[in-house]
Design a binder for this molecule. Sequence first.
Ligand code: PYC
Length: 333
Amino acid sequence: MPDIPNITSVDSHTAGHPTRVVTGGLPQLRGETVADKMDDFAQHHDHLRTFLLHEPRGHAAMVGAVLTESAKADFGAFFLGSYNYLPMCGHATIGLAVTLDHLGLIQPKGRESLQFNLEVPAGIISVGVRYQNGRIISVGFKNVPAFVVAADLMFPDIPASFDLAYGGNWYALVEASSVGVDLTPNGVRHAMDVGSSIKSAINAYIDAGDVPHMAEAIHSVLFHRGNREAGQFINRQLVVLAPNKFDRSPCGTGTSARLAQLIEAGEISSGERIVSRNILDVDFMASATPVSDAGNSSKTHYDPVIEGLAHITGTHCFIGSQDDPLADGFLCN
Ligand code: PYC
């Protein structure tokens, strides 16, 4: 590996989940669209993803965002996961907005709110930032449309029924108590074990073409529990991505998929603002309404709006050298 030029980042956390926004030091990326630039990065510079996200500079749950120019929106960005590339990431969109403010790339100029568009590989996202006394108090974004592809699926060797839904990434949604998952920090080890084995089993069925309407593997298993408190719907959830990886935040794309599921099941109404709460008791607010034109799809699509907050944790200037045996990074399961 060549010596890595100094790469700079601004790090933040959204309800506990980290976002590392790369601000400088990357090679020029080729391509018209943000999706093309992500492909160029994946083909030619993937070692920089593992350099930036894996240990000892990151960890399995670290998420990166590469800020790019966009011909279609105010900003462009694609998201890096420790194992893959994400076409959309909700918590990282919130982290990115707070980072743009930190860098002075968006400025309230005395206003109480501002809005910008973000091109991501999954589509164009509209982001709204609210300020009080010059400080951000919330970041909301209208996600790409969410929809349920199948409900109440049961397969041999999968211990519970599940729904399949899209919210910018693909999810299997499982009622937490049906597999003994406790939605607290102490329940995470068990949730990662059960979630990752359910994910592998479902993806084997998808590969075999046994799951109707699905051509793509699921990214994650979303464990949920819903109830009403004083009339307000509280959705507590935990998203498991891999045996060593869960989303600390309430998960923007997962919450989007869950909103579509809840509306279709008649548990919440269209447009109802619900709380989506993580295992650390930090909330996103969320709602969704049906999309008037879902193209050729036979499934009802919903426009999710997700609102949360991120906090800057620091800045980095990474230094990588050829003689570092772990320059490419490493992860343990
Ligand atoms: O917030 O959408 C999200 C997300 C996906 C993976 C990690 N966070």
